[in-house]
Design a protein. Sequence first.
Length: 129
Amino acid sequence: MRITAPRVSVLTVLLTHAGHHTVGEIADRARQRLGTLSTQAAYNVLDALTQSGLAQRIELPGEPARFEARTGDNHHHMVCRRCGDVRDVDCEVGVTPCIEPSDAHGYEVDQAEITFWGICPACQTAGTS
């Protein structure tokens, strides 16, 4: 992968701002570092980083895609139904993938994605006051 200023800037954003960020959030932070970066350029960089294994794309129903720098460990995600907060959940069972399909249909399974949905502690507290 060729090293370019936009790629370095976007990857730096992912590495220094842990979490699960939208393209818009990443582009805004990268612009602060670079001075200029189009949203399309941010999409292109994130696509290249994802394909090279330096970033992971998370697609949640009804939400814009999010990206993170944590890759290669088959972790899962916990999502708050109210505020949209996303947290990493480590795989509890030792080997990838954490789950076994009842019928793999001949596939050689190398990854499983699980999304847990619920209400985060902050939203639970806000809902009771």
